[in-house]
Design a protein around this ligand. Structure first.
Ligand SMILES: *Cc1c(COP(=O)(O)O)cnc(C)c1O
Length: 386
C-alpha cells in the first residue's frame, strides 16, 4: 500500500508541474474534423499526413480482407500467422523503397527495439542524435551496447563520438524529427558512417509517404540507396494511415532479423486485413502524387502566414510545424485558447521535448483546405495578440 501512496504523490507532483497527461475521447473517425465532447474540432494534431486513415478505398480493402482472412492472424509470423497479404506487402514495400527485402513489425516502437537489439550488444557502440524519438533511445538501452548521443544535427560531434574501436558501430537518426519537423543530414551521415566503418539506421516514421518524388521518404529525397542507408525503418500508422511498421534492407539484414529480433519473433502477426489495407494505401501513395503536392502547398501557406504574424517557426521541411512557446504552462494555455476557438493543436511538453521548449505541435494534412489553414492562422494571430 505504501508503494501506491508514493505513486499518488508522484501523480500530484506531475499535476503541479503541468506535466500531467490525459486523453481526450474522440467520437468520430480520423479526419480533419473530430467530434469531442459533442463538439466538432478542426484537427491540426494528427500524423495522418495524407488523409488516408479513413479513405474509402483503404476502408473497403480492410473490410474485404477481413471477410476473406478473418480478424486475428492467429499466431506469430514464424508459427502460422504469416499470410499471403503480409508477404505481398513486404515485397511491395521492398520494391517501393528500392531495397532487397522488407519485414513487417506490429508497431514502429517494436521495429526499433527489435532491430537495434538484434544487431547490437555488449562491446558495440551506438551513436544517436539527441532528439531521436523515444523508441530509438529505449532500443539502445535495451541492447546493452555502449550508447552515446550527439548534439542535434551536429556532424562534427557525431564524428568525434565514432572514433575509437568497437566490435560494431551504428549511427541512428530520425529521418524527419518527430517533434521538430526538421530533416537529418542523411548524405553527410551516410558518408560519416562509411568513413568510420559503421552502419547507418534511419527511422523515417515522419518522412515515409511525405518526402521523395514518389513518397518513399527521406532516403528517396536524398537519393540514398541501400548501401548508403543499410537499415531503413518506416511506419505505417502515419502517412499511410493504417498501423504497423517495416524494416527494409539487404536479404542478410532481413534474415538476421527473422532469426534474432525478439519483437518480431515473440509477438502475434498484425492482422492480414491490416496488411491488405496498407497495400491499398501504398497504391494511393504511388498513384495520387497530388496529395504530397497539396501538402507542400499547405505547408508553404502556413509558414508564410505564420511568419507574417510574427509567430516563431522552426526550420521544418515537413507537415510537422511546431511553435515553441517555452514553459509547459504557457503551451497548455495556448492550446486551451485554440481549443476554445474550435481548433485542436496539442501542447508537447517535457520530457517529450527538452525542458524550456514546450511547444504547440501543429501538423498539416493533405486533407486540409487552404481556408482551414487560414482559420488556424487567424486563431493563432488572436492568441498571440493577447
Ligand atoms: C511514431 C514513431 C515511432 C513509433 O511508431 P508506432 O508504429 O506508432 O509505434 C517510431 N519512431 C518515430 C520517429 C516515430 O515518430
Amino acid at each position: 500500500m505504501t508503494a501506491f501512496a508514493q505513486l499518488t504523490t508522484e501523480l500530484q507532483a506531475l499535476q503541479q508541474q503541468q506535466a500531467y497527461r490525459s486523453r481526450k475521447l474522440v467520437a468520430s473517425p480520423q479526419g480533419i474534423w473530430l467530434t469531442v465532447d459533442g463538439a466538432r474540432k478542426l484537427n491540426f494534431c494528427s500524423n495522418d499526413y495524407l488523409g488516408l486513415a479513413n479513405h474509402p478505398a483503404v476502408l473497403q480493402s480492410f473490410q474485404d480482407a477481413a471477410q476473406r482472412w478473418g480478424v486475428g492472424s492467429g499466431a506469430a509470423h514464424l508459427v502460422c500467422g504469416h499470410s499471403a497479404e503480409h508477404d505481398a506487402l513486404e515485397q511491395e514495400l521492398a520494391y517501393f523503397t528500392g531495397r532487397e527485402r522488407a519485414l513487417l513489425f506490429s508497431t514502429g516502437y517494436m521495429a526499433n527495439l527489435g532491430v537495434v537489439s538484434a544487431l547490437m550488444g555488449r562491446g558495440d557502440l551506438i551513436m544517436q542524435d539527441r532528439l531521436n524519438h523515444a523508441p530509438l533511445i529505449d532500443a539502445a538501452l535495451l541492447s546493452r551496447a555502449t550508447f552515446k548521443r550527439y548534439r542535434h544535427l551536429d556532424l562534427a560531434h557525431a564524428q568525434s563520438l565514432g572514433q575509437g574501436s568497437a566490435r560494431r558501430k551504428l549511427f541512428v537518426t530520425d529521418g524527419v524529427f518527430s517533434m521538430d519537423g526538421d530533416a537529418a543530414p542523411l548524405p553527410e551521415l551516410a558518408a560519416l558512417a562509411r568513413q568510420q566503418d559503421a552502419w547507418l539506421m534511419v527511422d523515417d516514421a515522419h518522412g515515409f509517404g511525405v518526402l521523395g518524388a514518389q513518397g518513399a521518404g527521406s532516403v528517396q529525397h536524398y537519393h540514398l540507396c541501400q548501401d548508403d542507408v543499410p537499415i531503413l525503418v518506416g511506419t505505417l500508422g502515419k502517412a499511410l494511415g493504417t498501423a504497423g511498421a517495416f524494416v527494409a534492407g539487404s536479404a542478410v539484414l532481413i534474415e538476421t532479423l527473422i532469426q534474432k529480433a525478439r519483437t518480431y519473433i515473440y509477438t502475434t502477426a498484425m492482422p492480414a486485413a491490416l496488411a491488405a489495407a496498407t497495400r491499398t494505401s501504398l497504391g494511393l501513395l504511388e498513384t495520387e502524387a497530388w496529395r504530397r503536392d497539396k501538402l507542400q502547398q499547405l505547408i508553404g501557406q502556413f509558414r508564410s502566414g505564420a511568419e507574417h504574424l510574427g509567430v516563431p517557426l522552426m526550420p521544418s521541411v515537413s507537415p510537422i510545424q511546431p511553435i515553441v512557446v517555452g514553459s509547459s504552462a504557457a503551451a497548455m494555455a495556448m492550446s486551451a485558447r485554440l481549443w476554445q476557438q474550435g481548433i485542436w493543436v496539442s501542447a508537447i511538453r517535457p520530457p517529450t521535448v527538452p525542458v524550456g521548449s514546450a511547444r504547440l505541435r501543429v501538423t498539416l494534412s493533405a486533407a486540409h483546405e487552404p481556408e482551414q489553414v487560414q482559420q488556424l492562422l487567424a486563431a493563432l494571430g488572436q492568441v498571440y495578440a493577447e
